[in-house]
Ligand binder design. Structure first.
Ligand code: HEC
Ligand code: HEC
Length: 287
């Protein structure tokens, strides 16, 4: 079963044979590096967490790209107008610093360079991982399952840690979560389904990546967690007001009872176990 290669492919294959082999090998390693280090936030052909990078090697200089990839925040803070503009256009989402050396970045750029201009990308990227985005629907079952996964009521299938050990979400149905990492109440509004599931599929943040490296989150679980985060964001305005009042009165009433109890205990001890009593006891023992 052999199929005839597409004419465009034949052309590219013959260019390879004409002596561009090293560049293409670089692009292939670049593809692996790209998928590992950038894939959580970027795909070719459409936006994920970060923008579509199709044609970026033509739009920006090599030096610019190196600086941005090494440490986008340092570059943005230095005031480079294009870096500041792209940061603003992307809702000020933070691209993490990428720990690749010069040569590896060059390989990634060689790979990105194979996508040329946006128009070419449409044919160049008709691969399995860039299927067109289907409309996302969340069911009540998804939201409920996502909440249980988030707070650990139900374990993730690969037994990774519950999100709540590091993240908080402002939701009445949840106990207060961790503060090691960002509050996720608004994350769905900023990243959407694609961004959240992208991050959960290959977390680009070291603390999170190491937690799930050997315990990958399934696509279904990522979808359910996204459903819960969407709900947490859209319903948070009514919910916290009520829960805050309830919590306040609970702690208020309970706190008063506790204080009265402590005062009672204190005075009881004062009557029975006084200092004089202690001295007397010691003297009795020394006899
Ligand atoms: C944590 C998510 C994340 C990761 C990982 C990530 N990026 Fe980004 N990237 C972004 C975001 C978000 C932006 C938009 C700019 C901003 O908000 O700072 C961006 C912007 C860019 C830009 C500028 C695009 C333009 O139009 O000028 C380039 C180039 C880029 N990323 C390349 C990469 C490469 C290459 C990698 C991997 C080596 C990578 N990024 C990894 C999130 C990410
Ligand atoms: C071991 C700690 C840890 C665990 C567990 C963890 N995360 Fe994270 N997560 C982080 C860190 C660290 C970041 C990087 C951003 C920051 O510093 O808050 C992050 C970032 C994120 C982001 C991007 C936030 C943003 O605004 O850029 C999302 C979304 C996210 N985590 C979702 C989850 C979900 C859902 C779970 C549960 C399946 C989870 N995380 C479990 C530590 C963790």
């Amino acid at each position: 079963m052999t199929t005839m290669p597409h004419p465009g492919r034949l052309l590219r294959m013959s260019i390879v044979l004409l002596g561009l082999l090293p560049a293409t090998a670089g692009a292939q390693d670049g593809e692996t590096l790209f998928k590992q280090n950038c894939g959580a936030c970027h795909v070719i052909g459409r936006r994920l967490v970060g923008p579509d990078l199709t044609g970026v090697t033509e739009k920006r200089s090599k030096e610019w790209l190196h600086k941005f990839i090494r440490s986008s925040q340092t570059f943005i803070k230095s005031g480079d107008p294009d870096a500041v503009a792209v940061f603003k256009e992307n809702n000020e989402l933070i691209m993490t610093d990428i720990n690749l050396d010069e040569a590896q970045i060059d390989q990634v750029l060689a790979y990105l360079g194979t996508f040329g201009k946006p128009a070419e990308a449409a044919t160049a990227t008709a691969t399995a991982d860039t299927v067109p985005e289907a409309p996302i629907t969340y069911t009540d079952a998804d939201r409920a399952a996502g909440r249980e996964l988030f707070d650990g009521t139900r374990a993730l299938s690969a037994r990774g840690p519950a999100c709540i050990s590091c993240h908080n979400v402002n939701s009445a149905s949840l106990m207060v979560g961790g503060t090691l990492a960002k509050d996720l109440t608004e994350v769905h509004a900023r990243m959407g389904h694609a961004g959240i599931t992208g991050i959960l599929g290959a977390p680009p943040f070291p603390a999170m990546a190491s937690s799930y490296a050997n315990a990958p989150i399934t696509a279904e679980e990522a979808h359910q967690l996204a459903a819960f985060l969407e709900e947490a964001n859209t319903r948070r305005t009514e919910v916290p007001a009520r829960s805050a009042a309830v919590t306040y009165s609970m702690f208020g009433g309970g706190g008063l009872a506790l204080i009265l109890l402590l005062i009672g205990l204190h005075w009881r001890r004062r009557l029975k176990g006084s200092v004089k009593q202690d001295i007397l006891d010691r003297q009795l023992r020394s006899i």
